[in-house]
Design a binder for this molecule. Structure first.
Ligand code: DLL
Length: 433
C-alpha cells in the first residue's frame, strides 16, 4: 500500500493554513495545560493560548531550546502521564545528559505514517525489500524508518548498523531493493563492494533513503553512480519526531516538509526575527499533532531555506533545502551528534587533564575521523611511553563511552593550539561536505 496522502500533501495553501491554525491552537492549549515549562514561559510574557488567533500570532510565542529540554530532564516536557507513553528515545545533549523524547500510541501511528509518506514519495512500495542499516537503539533513525516501511507493507530487514561485509551478503542473498542508512555509510558500502569485487549492478538495489547527517549534491552523484541507485535525502530530529519531518520526492529538488504536522519558520539565528520567505536562516519548528511531546517554536539550529514554489510531483508542501550548517557548535560525526562541550567534560573529569584541547574532524574515504588533540601540561607529561599509552587509552575509552563514537587522542606541545583573543579554536572541520 502506498502512503500518498493527497488530502494533506496537495492541499491548497489557504486550506492548509486553516488546518495548521486549528491544530496549533489545540497544541498550545494542551502544552499550556500539561507542561509546566510552557505554562511558565507563557505566563511570564502574559500570553494566553486563546490569544493566538492567526498563524502570524505565532511570532509572539517564546522559542524552545535544547537548554529547556536539559533543564526538564528527563520527563519534564512530557504532556501526558508516563502510563500513556509507549516509547522513549533520546539524542545527545549539549552536556552529559541526553535529550529524552516520548511517544504515545497515536504518536507512533503519526510517526509511522509520516515516514511512510516520504518513503512513498521517494518511490518505495509494498513490493520492496528494505534493508535498514541504522543502529537500532535510542537513535530514532532505525525505528522510524522500520515502522514507516512496515506501514507501506514493504518487507523490512532490520540489519542495524555496521558489519559491512554481512550487509553486502544480505543485500545479495535477500535481494534488498531499498537501502536505508546515513549517506556516509552508503559510500563505505560502495568502497567495500569495490574491494570485494561485487558489482552493484548485479544487486537488486534501486533506491537509497539517506539522512541523519548533512551531505552534498556531489556525494549524491557519487552514491548514485557507484551503487547504481536513486539516492534521496530525508531530514528530521528527535526533539520533533525523528525522521519524517521532511523528505525528497522523485524530483529531488528539496525535501517536502510535512506542514500538516509541523509548522516551519525561518529566523535570523542572532536576532530571533522571523525572515521573509526564501531567506536563509535557522529552521524553527512547531509540532501540530504530537501528544506526548509537543514542541513549540523549537530552535533546530539547522540553517536552511524554504521554497514555496510548486513541485512537479503535485505536492503543495513547502520544500526545505539541504541544510547548510548549524547555528551552534554541534558536529555530526558518523551520524552521531557531538558537542565539543561533551569532550571538554570528559577531559575535565579525568584527573590531571586541563582542557586545552582541539577537535580535528576529517574524512578518510567516506568515514568521518575524529582526532582530539590535548596540550601537554605538567600534569600530563610522561617520560614513560607505557604511562602515556595508558593515559591515551583511558581518554579514548571515556570519549567513546560518552559520545558513542570513537576518537584518536593525541598529545601536542604546550601552547601549540592556536588561540584567538585568548580563546582556543576548538574545532577544525576538514571535511568537504
Ligand atoms: O538524525 C533523525 C534522523 C534519522 C533523520 C535518520 C533522518 C534519518 P537526531 O539524532 O536528533 O535525529 O539529529 C538531528 O541531525 O538537527 C540535523 O542537524 C541532522 N540531520 C538529520 N537529517 C539530516 C539531513 C536524527 N537529511 C540532527 N541533512 C538535525 C542534514 C540532517 N542534516
Amino acid at each position: 500500500m502506498e502512503i500518498w496522502d493527497a488530502t494533506h500533501e496537495c492541499m491548497p495553501r489557504e486550506e492548509l493554513e486553516q488546518l495548521q491554525l486549528e491544530r496549533l491552537q489545540a497544541t498550545l492549549n494542551r502544552a499550556h495545560k500539561n507542561v509546566t515549562c510552557y505554562r511558565n514561559k507563557f505566563n511570564e510574557l502574559g500570553i494566553d493560548p486563546e490569544d493566538v488567533q492567526s498563524l502570524a500570532d505565532l511570532t509572539r510565542l517564546p522559542f524552545t531550546t535544547k537548554e529547556d529540554l536539559r533543564l526538564n530532564y528527563p520527563y519534564g516536557m512530557f504532556a501526558v502521564p508516563l502510563r500513556e507513553v509507549v516509547r522513549i528515545h533520546s539524542s545527545s545533549g549539549t552536556t552529559g545528559k541526553p535529550t529524552v523524547v516520548g511517544y504515545t500510541r497515536n504518536d507512533i501511528r503519526t510517526w509511522s505514517n509520516l515516514v511512510a509518506r516520504f518513503m512513498t514519495s521517494a518511490g518505495v512500495t509494498h513490493d520492496d525489500v528494505v534493508q535498514i542499516a541504522f543502529g537500532y537503539g535510542m537513535f530514532t533513525g532505525a525505528f522510524g524508518l522500520h515502522y514507516g516501511a512496515e506501514t507501506i507493507g514493504a518487507s523490512v530487514i532490520p540489519m542495524s548498523a555496521g558489519n559491512t561485509e554481512r550487509q553486502i551478503m544480505i543485500m545479495q542473498d535477500y535481494r534488498s531493493t531499498v537501502l536505508v542508512s546515513t549517506p556516509g555509510y552508503a559510500v563505505t558500502l560502495a568502497d567495500r563492494m569495490e574491494r570485494l569485487g561485487v558489482d552493484p549492478k548485479g544487486l537488486s538495489l534501486k533506491v537509497g533513503l539517506f539522512g541523519g547527517e548533512p551531505w552534498s549534491e556531489a556525494m549524491r552523484r557519487e552514491i548514485e553512480t557507484r551503487l547504481a541507485i536513486s539516492a534521496t535525502d530525508n531530514y528530521g530530529l528527535s526533539e520533533i519526531i525523528g525522521p519524517g519531518v521532511a523528505g525528497e520526492c522523485r524530483h529531488k529538488c528539496g525535501m517536502h516538509l510535512f506542514e500538516d504536522a509541523f509548522l516551519p519558520e525561518i529566523i535570523d539565528p542572532d536576532s530571533g526575527e522571523v525572515l521573509p520567505p526564501c531567506s536563509v536562516g535557522e529552521l524553527v519548528l512547531t509540532t501540530l499533532t504530537k501528544e506526548a511531546f509537543p514542541m513549540i517554536r523549537y530552535r533546530t539550529r539547522d540553517i536552511t531555506s524554504l521554497d514555496y514554489s510548486p513541485c512537479a510531483c503535485g505536492r503543495t508542501l513547502v520544500r526545505m533545502r539541504k541544510t547548510m550548517g548549524r547555528s551552534d557548535d554541534m558536529l555530526i560525526i558518523k551520524g552521531v551528534n557531538v558537542f565539543p562541550s561533551q569532550i571538554e567534560e570528559v577531559l575535565v573529569a579525568i584527573e590531571g587533564c586541563e582542557p586545552h584541547y582541539q577537535l580535528v574532524v576529517s574524512r578518510e574515504g567516506a568515514m568521518d575521523q575524529l582526532e582530539v588533540r590535548i596540550e601537554v601540561t605538567e600534569n600530563i607529561f610522561f617520560d614513560e611511553m607505557k604511562l602515556q599509552r595508558a593515559f591515551l587509552e583511558k581518554v579514548e575509552k571515556r570519549i567513546e563511552s560518552v559520545l558513542g563514537v570513537g576518537a584518536t587522542v593525541r598529545l601536542v606541545e604546550p601552547n601549540s593550539i592556536p588561540r584567538h583573543e585568548g580563546k582556543a579554536a576548538r574545532v577544525i572541520d576538514n571535511r568537504q561536505i
